[in-house]
Design a protein around this ligand. Sequence first.
Ligand code: IVH
Length: 692
Amino acid sequence: MSERAETSAELKKLAEQIRYHEAAYRAGQPEIPDSAFDELLERYQELADQLGLDLSERLDAQPGQDHTAGFETVEHRVPMLSLEKLSPNRRDSNGEPMPFSEQLGAWYRRRQKELEVDVVPLIVEPKVDGISVSLFYVDGSLARAVTRGDGRRGDVITQQVQQLGTVPRKLEDLDAGSLEIRGELYWPLSAFERFNATLDKPLINPRNGCAGMMKRKDPAGLEHTGIRAFLYQVAWDEGLSLPSTQAEVLAWLADRGGEVYLDEVYTTDSEEDALRYCEEYDARRASLDFDIDGMVIKIDDLELYSRLGATGHHPHWGIAYKFPPERKPTKLLDIQVSVGKSGKLTPVAILEPVFVSGTTVSRASLHNFVELERKDVRVGDTVLIEKAGEIIPQVVEVDKSKRRGGAKRFVPPASCPICGTDVVSEEIFVYCPNPACPDQIRERLRHFASRGAMDIDGMGEALVDQLVDKLGVRSPDDLFPLEVDALASLDRMGTKSAERVKAGLEEAKGRGLARVLNGLAIRHVGETMAEDLAAYFKTGDALLEFAARYAAEEEEAIETVAPAKSTERGAIEGLARKSADSIFHELDSPAVRRVFEGLAEVGVSLSAQSADVREVADVAGKTFVLTGSLPTLKRTEATKLIKAAGGKVSGSVSKKTDFVVAGDEAGSKLTKAEALGVTVIDEAALLELLGL
Ligand code: IVH
């Protein structure tokens, strides 16, 4: 393989891993520490730079990233780029690890040379972990607030920002000119905790919570969240005369009523001092009322910025320093095994309580038994704990130097620790196959009620536990007939809360087939698969009837969704034979059939939502491939529209493809489509097909 091909192959692998871990992080279930994720991303960026990959093709600058349907998007006058980072993994030309001091030294010398100066003034600021925002002021009044989006175009969130009431609507002593201020919306930890305490289903962390709040379509109530904004930059201005250093700009912003972290910044001419300030600042993090994930070192002379320029990814006037993740040693007291919603057994470390990144940790996931074996974790060991995504504690490694003679290897259980049923193994995982296992019941119900599934208002995990223990609820269909009186008799519930839960249940009845399917915790059926199944089968009856045919090994049914020939595509995009076997057999099981019947009896809708599928004759059943960037639609939007009209969207072109929708800079897919004689259309033709 040529060097370029090898690099491309590595880049592709990295992209897959990054997508996977990003999805896990978004779902609130990160599997690797933040630092490991950053390593993947840094390596990806390095290789993408090496290959000279166009920004539009890069994972770290995907068009449409962070766009939310229903929000107006606008182009940033100056792109909102990212920052280059000092990397713990960088190596010099001899392959030796390069400490931060050397990396920053090299960075500083390059600037000296480029600017032809001996002294490059620096300013160091905290890097607040929130979401960036662009604030456009005309004649001193806030005219528009926009998210970062993909860096080129962002979503308009003016109303939301105005409702917060913390960003100045009017800059003090300024009533002429226009300017764009950039800053970070963040949720102070104390305000976040207060707000979270009022929710049944707590938000994962301040950063994600803040991002979610700012994308609320209805801004009412945002003023009670306590979300604030630090202002850190003037990206451009017209008709004003602004100071010429970053430190003075921060003071200028403070004088206009903006919140800036002036007390926390440090100016110096020495890159060594700048690095020392970054390292020492780590100790101050714990006393701050906001999360910071590092520091930013910037050149403190704004006139030099235009002389330094930027890459497509980052400007040359600044560099980020990231704190090493906090890692604490503690003793592993025991390993327990928990049972998840689909019966998966997970080893859990029981720890001597230890304070890590802001909370006391006494349990940590060990993921699976293969991982446990690989890390050679034994009861009695001293282990190092780190928080993945600053949220979920993980056992990173064992300090073998501290291992005592009595440390015991852990033997994976042969039977479920909860119900005693013999376990079954599937790939690296071990499952309890008994759907009536008490822990599975509890976890399934928690999942059914959760936000991503049926989103039953007022039904948090503690309530589900009581419903199981005190009211004998076993299956999702047992939830709906619950009476207000019975609910009100539970601990920490009054008539008002009970009425709210009852109303939540009534509302959830109409969520439709996709949400029900997602809620049933069927193995291999996540949100997307649930949507695809619902869109294809339309009703619960049709789905179950098909599952019966599949389970009876009816060739035609199997070929429809999972053709034997791997080159052929089935009716449901991305459904492989192995998953199809598992999904349709489970759907055909008496237990699942009973739940479906029960749900239908209590009035839960088992039809695809009409809003989800509105078949369009020219599109229904047809397979589309999208390539290049379309003039107005984001790829995700085009996909949604096609799926909503009953069509399928595939990632690669084959003879079975009906249409290739080509935009600007369409690449190999277009060439392949032409070679195979597949119809190629543009966005306008697609919209016409869709009847839009
Ligand atoms: S300067 C080219 N200063 O960190 C972007 N950014 O990757 C230059 N951030 O998206 C930004 N605190 O949202 C700057 N004091 C600070 C910051 C800061 C937080 C965020 C910002 C940006 C990201 C940089």
